[in-house]
Design a protein around this ligand. Structure first.
Ligand code: GRG
Length: 301
């Protein structure tokens, strides 16, 4: 039995979104120089109204161990930059060719393909600039800084998100659940897992705690993807900010196309219960993360 989130969570969640957005505004000021159109294009997508789920997941895990989130904030913002870059590139005609994202014309529809490619590249670059510059400024222990940055770079690279995108576009032999699981674990799951892990690493979690966080995040990542597949069929285009039915239109292999709607919903619930089970090991400290799992289970966008 999974009840809904509490009022308390809505306040917690909004507060976290505001903290992340405020920090992103600070880090992403528009420079008045000849190339300032690149900042406009980056910020167009960065501030288009994403849920900030990965950043909040990182903050939520960190807060199980430490109270003040100053040191984790640049990493959470970097993760949102990497996520936004991936969406800008994913929408390009050479990839998914989507005209809308987060309720607005996609980046290339607004700025053209060349600038959309550059804005994605620049966000990826900026993410690493930010982790380094703030990591040094905030005097983060160099071992922790290197560990956090290496988790993030690996999860967004060829053994993570980019690898998953390659499998999605180029491998025609994804015909069973094992193949789909592999693809989604890389494409969507990897940066969700690394968001949670970096929260733990910077918060000073023990090896045993990190293993538990990893298991939790693997389950949450898969649940997130299954929910995404369900929303693409049953969602409301207005709330989603993009048309529904695009998976079917693009002949995408999804959980719903492979195991059906009913079984997908059952699996989504099962994974959410299991993810919550991992969090319960942390006791009261994990209450808001448990609420986050419930929020993601019931989300409409
Ligand atoms: C281009 C290297 C490269 C990778 C693209 C993640 C990805 C790989 C493509 C996105 C395709 C997609 C819609 C996957 C489903 C899961 C997902 C990432 C959904 C969007 O994430 P949300 O719901 O988005 O967190 P918001 O807008 O809330 O930030």
């Amino acid at each position: 039995m999974i009840e809904g989130v509490t009022m308390d969570f809505n306040i917690w969640f909004k507060e976290k979104v505001d903290i992340v957005n405020k920090a992103l505004y600070k880090y992403c000021d528009i420079k008045e120089n000849k190339q300032n159109i690149i900042y406009e294009s980056m910020n167009y997508s960065l501030f288009a109204g994403g849920k900030r789920m990965r950043a909040i997941l990182m903050l939520g895990v960190y807060e199980m161990f430490k109270e003040d989130n100053t040191k984790v904030l640049p990493f959470a913002c970097s993760m949102e930059m990497i996520h936004t870059y991936s969406l800008i590139h994913d929408d390009l005609p050479a990839m998914d060719d989507d005209d809308f994202r987060r309720g607005k014309p996609s980046n290339h529809k607004k700025y053209g393909e060349a600038l959309a490619i550059l804005a994605g590249d620049a966000l990826l670059n900026k993410a690493f600039e930010l982790m380094l510059s703030e990591g040094i400024k905030l005097n983060i222990d160099k071992h922790l800084l290197i560990k956090a940055m290496s988790i993030i770079s690996e999860s967004s690279g060829t053994e993570g998100m980019i690898g998953g995108q390659v499998v999605d576009i180029f491998c025609d032999d994804i015909n069973d659940l094992e193949g789909l699981r592999y693809l989604q674990k890389l494409k969507t799951g990897a940066i969700i897992k690394s968001s949670a892990l970096v929260g733990g690493v910077l918060g000073g979690a023990s090896q045993k705690e990190l293993l538990l966080i990893e298991t939790f995040a693997n389950k949450l990542g898969l649940a997130f993807q299954i929910k995404d597949d369900i929303l693409d069929i049953e969602g409301d285009a207005k709330k989603l900010g993009k048309p529904i039915g695009s998976d079917q239109e693009n002949n995408k292999k999804t959980y719903v196309s492979m195991i059906g709607m009913e079984e997908s919903k059952r699996l989504l619930k099962k994974l959410t219960v299991e993810a919550i089970g991992c969090l319960e090991e942390f006791g009261d400290k994990s209450i808001q993360l448990i609420n986050l799992c419930k929020f993601l289970l019931n989300r409409e966008y």
